[in-house]
Structures are given as structure tokens and as C-alpha cells.
Design a protein around this ligand. Structure first.
Ligand code: ADP
Ligand code: MG
Ligand code: ZN
Length: 514
């Protein structure tokens, strides 16, 4: 209203001045500048905030989150203070103000916060830590104030008893104060603490602040004090059953072919986050679309896993000679992998993807958190086998094994640092680099010999199968195993279990020639 009055009066004055033949151009210019400045400032504090933190309508429920049973249960328990407020009051329990979700990206933290809002019938507002960081001192703090005000306002408007504010990447604004020697961060963080301290725990609407980070270690301790984020819930990568659960959720509305085995896919996707599994299912559906199919098949899922793991197929066209070498190299990896742990080769591919010219994908037997010495050695064997297969066949090696060697060295390093090498238990901090290097080299040359002996019996047969790999581009684990069994049969019964210590093999795909 006032705006219109001022505008009208301003125009009147301008016309008056113009009539008096005063030069109004400089004045117009100044006014224009003023308006521009006003709009810009408005953007910074008001308009943008309004849009971004508008309550989002969503229907996320806990049922839509897979593989986080523990986090879900803990969160639901914590949320019950919002649902059963009266009991909390009679028992005199101090209501919760903040819940911190910690864990790697893509594990479902945002989903959990949204589901929490649905579960407690609260309005949901979200913001990200980075949105509060501005060049201008005070803007961040102003935004925090605004966010809390809007939460209360929206809850009232929608007749809800509670509001959930979700702050993603809280580490950006909640890093240890002083460390960054940046006044802006301090002010914003202080404002957040002030808002949380001032939050009423009895008056409607109740506000609950949820925050997410994958770096809880760098948070300012003030944030974690009682009455602030005093509940921490870990949201970790899902295990195999969890991945299966997520896959079931993500494929619920998708037409799956009869041959699709989600259990198998879950086993193959060790280390995938929920977001990666979602991307995987989406990729598989895109492949189906591209191929003009009505249903998504197991093979499409397999290609999608390759894509998520290794990147898009590249247009590189290796020569026939190169292709054969890549095939022999990959067969080396595959043979040793099967010898060490039968049934673990998922497939062998020589289609260039991402940085790799080819690769063998292994199926991890189970999710592992601890590795034995035998296990580490076997992984080194698998890594070295690619380059060794080249040497046995061609009499020379190529540059394609750089990645394999890096992997083997890093495994050997782990062995030394964990006290599993010849030199016994070591103090990692006082271990001279030269000693570490010498021991790593010793382990690698020892395992090089072991691997060579493992591959030797297959030396004369490998070329024929390599030809087939080149022709078919990708060979399934089952076909490969049939071939391997054939050779073993020819050479007289060979029982892989006679090998020393057959333990579960590595969980990572062995990167191929890169
Ligand atoms: P975060 O906040 O931990 O980075 P998000 O909650 O934003 O992860 O997850 C991103 C997307 O990944 C979700 O929208 C969902 O499609 C998928 N997703 C992640 N975790 C899960 C899970 N546990 N169950 C089902 N889907 C998930
Ligand atoms: Mg998120
Ligand atoms: Zn390799």
C-alpha cells in the first residue's frame, strides 16, 4: 500500500520537474539504480528464502526406506515424543529438540527426515548448510531466524501441532567455531544455537530440528550439547539384505522380466548406496527403453551395474591386437579369482567403459568388514594375475596394469601396517618409509611368484578362450566356469580346496586394464 503511494508521489514529482524544464535524466538514473539495489537485496534475504524453504508436499513414509531398520527404529522412538506428548509431559521428560543423522551421501538421510515429518504429521521445511553461507556478514543469521519463523508460521497456517526443520550438510555452517576464522560462519551458527535454545518445548507448534552430515567429527561441540542435537543416529551403507530391500522398493512399479534375480543383484552391489541403487534401477529401465523392450531383464541390470561402477561405455575402438591382449589380461584375473574362491566371477567384459579397457566383475560372497591375511594375499594374487597372464602368453607385459599394481601395493601396505607381514607388529607412525617400501616390495614379488604358478597350467589354453571373449565382448561367469572346469578335467582332477586357506575373496570389482 505504502509502496504504491510513494510510487505515485514520485512520478508526480518527476512530471512536475519535467514541466518546469528541469533535466530529470540524472534523477531517473539514480532512481533506477536504487530500484535495482532494492530488488537485489530483496532477492538475497526475502524472495529466494520464500521459495526455497516453502513447505514441500511429499508422501515419504518409512516403508519407502530400505535397509535402514536400525536407524528407522531409533528415529521412530525419538519421534514418539512428538506423537505422545502427554505421556512425555506426565513423566517429566525433556523433549527432544534436535536429531543429527550421520552417514555417507545417498544413504537415505533426507528420506528419513521427510518420513519423520509424515510420521509425526508435521510440516516439513528444509534448507542446506551451504545456503546460509553468504559473503555478507549477518545474512546467514538472518536466514536462520527466518527459517524458524516460517516453520512456526506454516505449522499454524496448516493447523499442525509440529514442524520439522531439516538442515542438510550442517557441517558447512556448524564446523568448529574459530577454526575457519570467518565471522559469518560464527554468527550463523550462534543464531542457530540461539534459536534452538529459545525453542519452546511446551507450546504448540513444537519445532524439531533434524540435520544431516557425513562429517560429525568436525562439528562444533556446542551443537551436540544436551538440548541441541543430543540424539545422533547413524545412517550407514546397507548390507546385502538392506540392498535387496532397497532394490525391491525401487523396482516396485517397474516391469521386471521373469529372469530378474534381485537377490543376485544385491549380492553384486556391495558398497552401493541407496542413491546408487536407485540410479542403477533407473539405468536398467533406460536400457530397456533404448532397446525397445517392455520389460527390464537381468542382463540390463548387469549392464547398469557396470555403468554405475565403471562409467558409460566409451567410443574408444581398440585394435584387434589390443583387444586380444585385454582379453588375456582379464582372463588372468578371472582364472585366479575362480581358483581362490569358486563361483565368484560374475562376468568378463572387454567393452571399454570409463577408464578401463576391460574388467572382471567379482561377486562378493558376503559383506565383509574384516580381512584375514590369506584373504589379502588372494586379493593381491587376483590383482597381479592380469599382467602375469600377459607375460605368460606374450612374454612381455603392457602399461595396462598400472591400476592393478596400485591396488596390489595398497593391499600389501595394509598387510604391513596391520602387523601381518614378516616384520610383525609395527608402529605405523614411526615406521620409516624405506622399511615399509622394502616390505611391500618383498610381499609383491613373493605373491608374483605364487600367482605365476597358479596361472601356469592354463597358459596354453588361454588364447582360445580369449578369442571367444573378443568375439562376444562379454562372457558370463557360468560360461567361463564351464570352460575352466573343462581344462581342469583334462589335466586330471584338480581340487581348488587343496589350495592353502580358501577364504572369501575381495569385495571390489577388480579394475581391468586402465
Ligand atoms: P542422503 O540424504 O543420505 O544423501 P537421500 O535421502 O537424499 O540420501 O537419497 C537420495 C535418493 O536415493 C532417494 O531419493 C532415494 O531414491 C534413494 N535412496 C537413498 N537411500 C535409500 C534407502 N535407504 N531406501 C530407498 N531409497 C533410497
Ligand atoms: Mg540428502
Ligand atoms: Zn587388470
Amino acid at each position: 500500500m505504502i509502496k504504491e503511494w510513494v510510487l505515485g508521489a514520485g512520478i508526480a514529482v518527476l512530471i512536475f520537474l519535467a514541466v518546469l524544464h528541469v533535466n530529470i535524466l540524472p534523477l531517473l538514473f539514480l532512481i533506477g539504480l536504487g530500484v535495482l539495489l532494492y530488488v537485489m537485496l530483496d532477492r538475497r534475504s526475502g524472495i529466494q528464502l520464500g521459495n526455497r524453504e516453502a513447505p514441500v508436499r511429499h508422501h515419504v513414509t518409512f516403508d519407502m526406506i530400505g535397509g535402514q531398520e536400525h536407524a528407522k527404529r531409533e528415529l521412530q522412538e525419538a519421534l514418539d515424543f512428538l506423537r505422545f506428548r502427554d505421556r512425555i509431559k506426565t513423566l517429566g521428560i525433556r523433549p527432544l529438540k534436535g536429531i543429527l543423522l550421520t552417514g555417507p551421501p545417498g544413504t537415505g538421510k533426507t528420506l528419513l527426515a521427510k518420513a519423520a515429518a509424515t510420521y509425526t504429521d508435521s510440516v516439513f521445511l528444509s534448507a542446506s548448510g551451504s545456503e546460509f553461507v553468504e559473503m555478507y556478514v549477518g545474512v546467514g543469521a538472518q536466514r536462520v531466524r527466518e527459517l524458524f519463523r516460517r516453520a512456526r508460521q506454516t505449522a499454524k497456517k496448516e493447523n499442525k501441532d509440529s514442524a520439522i526443520i531439516f538442515i542438510d550438510e550442517i557441517d558447512v555452517l556448524g564446523g568448529r567455531r574459530g577454526n575457519l576464522s570467518h565471522q559469518e560462519y560464527d554468527q550463523t551458527l550462534n543464531q542457530l544455537l540461539t534459536e534452538m535454545d529459545g525453542m519452546s518445548t511446551t507450546q504448540s507448534p513444537l519445532v524439531l530440528v533434524m540435520a544431516a552430515t557425513n562429517r560429525p567429527d568436525i562439528l562444533d561441540p556446542a551443537l551436540l550439547r544436551p538440548g541441541r542435537f543430543d540424539r545422533q543416529i547413524k545412517v550407514d551403507l546397507a548390507d546385502k539384505d538392506g540392498r535387496l530391500h532397497i532394490l525391491r522398493i525401487q523396482t516396485k512399479d517397474k516391469p521386471l522380466a521373469a529372469d530378474v534375480d534381485l537377490e543376485h543383484i544385491a549380492r553384486e552391489t556391495y558398497g552401493f548406496s541407496g542413491a546408487q541403487l536407485e540410479a542403477l534401477v533407473n539405468e536398467a529401465a533406460i536400457i530397456a527403453l533404448r532397446e525397445g523392450k517392455e520389460e527390464i531383464s537381468q542382463e540390463m541390470f548387469r549392464d547398469a551395474v557396470d555403468k554405475v561402477l565403471m562409467g558409460e561405455k566409451t567410443g574408444r575402438k581398440p585394435t584387434e591386437d589390443d583387444l586380444e591382449r585385454v582379453a588375456i589380461h582379464e582372463l588372468g584375473h578371472a582364472i585366479v579369482s575362480e581358483l581362490m574362491r569358486p563361483g565368484t566371477v560374475s562376468h568378463i567384459t572387454i567393452a571399454p567403459r570409463g577408464n578401463a579397457l576391460g574388467f572382471v566383475r567379482q561377486i562378493p560372497e558376503t559383506d565383509r568388514y574384516l580381512y584375514t591375511l590369506d584373504h589379502l594375499k588372494q586379493q593381491i594374487n587376483v590383482a597381479l594375475a592380469g599382467s602375469l597372464a600377459e607375460e605368460l602368453h606374450y612374454g612381455n607385459r603392457s602399461t595396462g596394469a598400472q591400476n592393478d599394481f596400485m591396488q596390489a601395493s595398497s593391499l600389501a601396505r595394509t598387510m604391513v601396517k596391520c602387523g601381518l607381514s614378516r616384520i610383525g607388529i609395527v608402529d605405523e607412525e614411526n615406521l620409516p618409509e624405506s622399511v615399509l617400501d622394502a616390505e611391500v616390495r618383498h610381499i609383491l614379488s613373493e605373491q608374483d611368484q605364487v600367482t605365476r604358478e597358479l596361472l601356469e597350467p592354463y597358459r596354453s589354453d588361454i588364447a582360445a578362450f580369449a578369442e571367444r571373449v573378443v568375439a562376444e565382448e562379454s562372457v558370463d561367469g557360468k560360461q567361463f566356469r564351464d570352460w575352466l572346469a573343462g581344462i581342469q578335467h583334462k589335466q586330471g582332477a584338480f581340487d581348488p580346496r587343496q589350495m592353502s586357506g580358501v577364504v572369501a575373496m575381495g569385495s571390489d570389482a577388480v579394475p581391468g586394464m586402465s
